[in-house]
Ligand binder design. Structure first.
Ligand code: HEC
Length: 135
């Protein structure tokens, strides 16, 4: 025991403690970074929107101007953060996402789950609340 200490046991102990503190600091940093990362809504729905909806409705929900000619729709049609859209019920908006719109918006009933469609409606309302251009 005594021999072990004299053979550098103390040094080993010391560095282990240092490693411990460093490990703890990294761990805490990880938690802080994790919390900072948490968006108002889970990342997943964010990604679902970007992947499926952004091309037509734009990242902020105001609509992609370049799609207007292709789809032959009014500028307000692709805006899903305007008053006209927001006054509709969650059920009605969910139905558009599930069933699509004529041949202009694809239907998502088979591509997304009911839960994802519900979350998308909530996401649209969040976008509307955070988009300065929302009217
Ligand atoms: C190919 C283009 C396109 C894509 C992709 C698309 N949409 Fe649409 N969306 C449209 C068009 C066109 C309309 C109909 C506008 C109208 O009423 O004339 C529409 C309408 C809507 C409406 C109804 C708006 C209202 O005022 O009633 C919602 C909500 C909506 N889209 C959400 C979504 C979501 C969520 C996604 C992704 C899962 C998505 N859209 C993907 C083109 C698209």
């Amino acid at each position: 025991m005594f021999l072990w200490l004299r053979k550098g046991g103390r040094v080993m102990e010391h560095s282990a403690l240092k490693g411990g503190w460093l490990g703890l600091a990294v761990w805490i940093l990880g938690i802080v970074a994790g919390v900072g990362h948490a968006a108002p809504l889970p990342m997943t729905i964010d990604k679902v929107y970007v992947r499926n909806c952004q091309a037509c409705h734009a990242k902020d929900g105001t609509g992609n101007p370049r799609m207007l000619k292709t789809l032959k729709v009014e500028p307000s049609a692709l805006n899903i953060v305007d008053a006209d859209t927001l006054k509709k019920t969650d059920t009605a908006l969910g139905r558009v996402i599930s069933d699509g719109f004529e041949k202009k918006m694809p239907m998502y009933a088979k591509k997304l789950t009911e839960g994802q469609i519900k979350d998308l409606v909530a996401y649209i309302r969040t976008l509307a609340a955070t988009t300065p251009a929302a009217r």
